[in-house]
Design a protein around this ligand. Structure first.
Ligand code: NAG
Ligand code: NAG
Ligand code: NAG
Length: 271
C-alpha cells in the first residue's frame, strides 16, 4: 500500500517536471501566458508573458532551485577595466555585491525576432540599489583615485534595453532556448552614490569627492557605465540561462520552430 501510494505520488510529480541532473517542465505552468509569434498582437502578448515571468521570479519558480534569490541578487565578483582616454581610465573591482530591485521590474516591451529567435526586451526598474566592496584605480571625472572600501549606488527610474542572443535546441519533446549572450543599455533619471574610504581615511577629501559625484551624477553614471551594464548583464545572463533550460520555449512561443526547422538539418560530416 505504501509503495502504491509512493508510486502514485511520484507519477503525479513526474508529469510536471522531468527530474535528474537537468530538470525541466513538461506541462505549461499557469504563470506564463503562451503566445503565437504568427499573431498580430504577439508583442503585446509576449510583454505580458515576460512580466508574469518576472513577477513569478520574485517568489521563486517552483522546481527551479538553482536561482537562490532574485531580489536581492548576490554576485561574488565583477572586474572591469575600461577606457584609455583621459576622461575614463578606470579599473574597478566589486565584490560581495548585493543588488536590490529586480523584483519590481516592469516590462515595457518584449520583442522576439522570427529570423533567429533573438530578443529585444525593454523594462524599467523603479528601484535599483547596489551595495558591495569596491576597489578603484584610475580617474573618475579627472579625479585620481586609488581606494578600496564600500560602495553604495542608488539609480532612479532605470530603463534597460536588453538584447539577448539564443540558440534553439531540443530536449525531450520540446524546443528550448539556449541563452548565449545578453547585452544591455540603460538610461537613468538620477544616481545617488557613496564610496567609503576613497582616500585611505582622508575624511574631508572623501566627503567633498562624494558630494562632487552626487552633484555631477550624470558624469559619474557615464564614467561607471560599463561597470553598471556589466553587472546587470552578469545577473540577467545567469538567471535567463537557468530559466530557459528549465522552461520549454514552446510555453512562451507556442508556434516556435524546432532547431531543424530554423537552422536546417545538420550537414553530414565530410569524410
Ligand atoms: C495589450 O493588450 C491588453 C489586453 O488585451 C490591452 O489592454 C492593451 O491596450 C494592449 N496594448 C497594446 C499596446 O496594444
Ligand atoms: C549552449 O551554448 C553554449 C555555448 O554558448 C554551449 O557550450 C552549450 O553546450 C549549449 N547548451 C545546450 C544545451 O545546447
Ligand atoms: C521617476 O519616474 C516617475 C514616474 O514616471 C516620476 O514621477 C519621477 O519624477 C521620476 N524620478 C526622477 C528622479 O526623475
Amino acid at each position: 500500500m505504501r509503495e502504491l501510494l509512493g508510486c502514485v505520488m511520484l507519477l503525479a510529480w513526474v508529469t510536471r517536471v522531468v527530474r535528474g541532473e537537468d530538470p525541466y517542465l513538461t506541462e505549461p505552468p499557469d504563470y506564463i501566458k503562451q503566445c503565437k509569434i504568427a499573431d498580430k498582437n504577439f508583442i503585446n502578448c509576449s510583454t505580458q508573458s515576460i512580466q508574469q515571468l518576472f513577477d513569478k521570479l520574485n517568489d521563486g519558480i517552483p522546481g527551479l532551485t538553482s536561482i537562490k534569490s532574485f531580489d536581492p541578487f548576490y554576485l561574488n565578483r565583477i572586474r572591469i577595466s575600461q577606457g584609455n582616454s583621459n576622461a575614463i581610465n578606470l579599473k574597478v573591482e566589486l565584490a560581495n555585491v548585493k543588488i536590490i530591485g529586480f523584483g519590481h521590474t516592469k516590462v515595457l516591451e518584449s520583442i522576439v525576432f522570427k529570423k533567429d529567435y533573438s530578443w529585444k526586451t525593454t523594462f524599467t526598474l523603479p528601484v535599483m540599489k547596489l551595495i558591495g566592496d569596491y576597489s578603484l584605480l584610475g580617474r573618475i571625472l579627472l579625479i585620481p583615485l586609488n581606494g578600496r572600501g564600500q560602495v553604495f549606488l542608488d539609480a532612479e527610474n532605470m530603463t534597460v534595453t536588453m538584447h539577448t542572443k539564443t540558440r534553439l535546441y531540443t530536449k525531450g519533446d520540446f524546443t528550448f532556448y539556449n541563452v548565449t549572450n545578453c547585452r544591455v543599455d540603460f538610461k537613468i533619471d538620477g544616481l545617488k552614490s557613496y564610496f567609503s574610504n576613497l582616500f585611505n581615511g582622508n575624511k574631508q577629501l572623501e566627503d567633498s569627492t562624494n558630494k562632487f559625484f552626487n552633484d555631477n551624477w550624470r558624469m559619474l553614471a557615464d564614467a561607471l557605465y560599463t561597470v553598471i551594464t556589466q553587472t546587470i548583464e552578469d545577473i540577467l545572463l545567469d538567471v535567463l540561462k537557468k530559466i530557459f533550460h528549465f522552461i520549454p520555449a514552446n510555453y512562451f512561443v507556442s508556434d516556435i520552430p524546432t532547431p531543424e526547422q530554423l537552422y536546417g538539418k545538420a550537414k553530414p560530416k565530410p569524410k
